[in-house]
Design a protein around this ligand. Structure first.
Ligand code: PEP
Ligand code: MN
Length: 358
């Protein structure tokens, strides 16, 4: 349920509404960034809906009370019709801008990171990526440089002026990662690690939530809900491919997720064609397709010498490949901006809830 206060409503009136919500055993949550005070009602609303609605209907200062049909409340577009725009030092995510996150899969050493950071910055990247804590399928593979890697990332960020994004794998790492990074990344394997989601939600840094490789869109949005309800409204969703029966590619890139998410949620959506495909030569066409589908950005892996990379070399781009790709995605983005809205759909995209599963 969403309570929209009138433009002239007083603080006292809004506080009475919050009290009324609490009296019903529910939690009021103010929507950040709204022009007027919008209070979302969190908790199990169903048993007390009628009673609460009738109490609210007689209270002053309320413009409207609307039930929310989705299980994800704060992440839903119903609760927050305007797009979330994330402002970072020097760049923004959302609001029609194209975000290009690039960098190595793993921070391998200081030199390679500084060299890669410089190359991607020159080529037009807007955010530098790099893994310091690496979730590896094998315990015998390179696990990342840890805090040393975070220090190199922070140094590279300063040298290039690019904000940093890096993965945090467990709650105990959140503080140290938040000290060095501008965006905290939650990886595919941790999308449903609820204690991690809660911890990153409290860290006061934007979070990028990658889609679990076996997660439905709804599960993904419920994971985002954990982060937002823990206190962090600035969440970016990253589609990075899901597991299907197909084996030619590392994962199957679900590009339908892009317009679908723009319909269901106000959160920005980026696409990672590197982990989605696992193959260098497939990264470019899928990055272009992602931007054509309306993604707010892409994340790609770049390495000074991909064939010698300590992780994910097969899907990493060379500096030249990245520079060419960055120019191409910008071109597509410019072209598609005005074309992406369907002129024949005035009431939002077609209803999705009843879509067939097969
Ligand atoms: C990554 O981006 O470094 C990564 C490990 O990706 P994912 O969690 O999507 O596999
Ligand atoms: Mn990788």
């Amino acid at each position: 349920m969403i309570v929209v206060m009138s433009v002239g409503a007083t603080d006292q009136q809004a506080e009475s509404v919050r009290d009324q919500i609490r009296t019903h055993g529910l939690t009021p949550h103010d929507n950040v960034g709204a022009q007027r005070v919008v209070i979302a009602v969190l908790g199990d609303v169903a048993p007390v809906r009628e009673h609460l609605m009738s109490k609210l209907s007689s209270m002053p200062g309320i413009e409207s009370v609307t039930p929310i049909s989705r299980p994800f409340k704060l992440a839903s577009r119903e609760s927050h019709p305007e797009d979330t725009v994330i402002e970072l030092d020097g760049t923004r995510i959302g609001n029609g801008s194209l975000t290009i996150m690039a960098g190595p899969c793993s921070v391998e050493n200081r030199d390679m990171l500084l060299q890669t950071a410089d190359a991607v910055a020159r080529a037009g990247a807007t955010i530098l990526r790099g893994g310091a804590f690496k979730p590896r399928t094998s315990p015998y593979s390179f696990q990342g440089l840890g805090v040393e890697g975070l220090e190199y990332l922070a140094e590279a960020g300063k040298a290039t002026g690019l904000p940093i994004i890096t993965e945090v794998m467990e709650p105990s790492q959140v503080d140290v990662v938040a000290e060095h990074a501008d965006i905290l990344q939650v990886g595919t394997r941790n999308m449903q690690n609820y204690s991690l989601l809660t911890a990153v939600g409290k860290a006061n840094k934007p979070v990028m939530l990658k889609r679990g490789y076996g997660a439905t869109i709804e599960e993904w949005l419920m994971a985002a809900e954990y982060i937002i309800s823990s206190g962090q409204p600035n969440v970016v969703l990253c589609e990075r491919g899901i597991r299907t029966f197909e084996t030619y590619t590392r994962n199957t890139l679900d590009l339908t997720a892009v317009p679908l998410l723009h319909h269901l949620t106000h959160l920005p959506v980026v696409v990672d064609p590197s982990h989605a495909t696992g193959r260098r030569w497939l990264v470019r066409p899928m990055a272009l397709a992602a931007v054509a589908a309306g993604a707010d950005g892409i994340m790609v892996e770049v390495h000074p010498s991909p064939d010698d990379a300590m992780s994910d070399g097969e899907q990493s781009l060379t500096f030249d490949q990245f520079a060419s790709l960055a120019g191409a995605v910008r071109h597509i983005h410019e072209e598609v901006r005005t074309l992406i809205k369907d002129p024949f759909v005035t009431d939002g995209p077609v209803k999705v809830d009843g879509a067939s599963k097969h």
